[in-house]
Design a protein around this ligand. Sequence first.
Ligand SMILES: [Zn+2]
Length: 277
Amino acid sequence: MRRRQIIEYLKLDNIDKYREFDIDIAIRGEKIYQNNKIKNLTNENNKYKAIAQGTEDYNVEIEFDENDKIKNMKCTCPYYKKGNNCKHISAVVFATKLRPYYEKINNYIDKELEILKTNYKNSNVKNKILENKIKIIENNLIEKQGLYQRLNIAIEINIVEEDLEREIYYTKKAAEDVKRRYEEKIQEKEIRQRQTVKRKKHKPGLLFGLLSGLFSVSNDVYKETHDSKEYTEEELNDWDLTEEQKQLVREGHYEPWNFEEDKKSLEEEDYYYEDDE
Ligand SMILES: [Zn+2]
């Protein structure tokens, strides 16, 4: 939410209505109100009277119209008498029409800041810039006590909330991308392994078999070749194997039919060799 939306949401309708005060007069007026220097405040039909305590006590009167615009105003201080809108009148505006806004804005800030901090903590976002922004907001809250500054802080919280939402979205998306790429890699690896195992089964090679018997090779390829059923001596005899090959099958390095194919390819090689001669 931006300024206009927060003003509407919190119903701060009058917040920008008293712009006829210079900014420094408004700031000093707010200080007078916040320092509790407005006394004996009365209201009769939107006509307010009060005493503003300063170097001396001054009598202030302000009358608002039905739209809360200032209709008449009066102060007994010398500054006003010279024809200026004085800080005492500004102070009474803060003490009357703007007074309820402090609570509204403060409650809003407390609630939203708590939500923002919780959301940040619970998200997987690790973003130093966002973290610093939250810290700056907290520091500003301690330093700046003015109504308008607080409204700006409320706006800032909203902006950081939006930043965080965006950051959560992209962090989640990035995590999903990493996961997807990882799964693709795993799949590729599995395909490669299956091809490797297939190749190995076609061409077992005696040396590989012997070496894997001697050393404990613990990779997936090796495990997969190990996942073979055990054969009884009777079953082994059904295959046309040498004693060495039988031993390799017993140890689980090969399936009996691995040698069958090996034998076949060997026979083919012999065949072609003979043919060439
Ligand atoms: Zn005055």
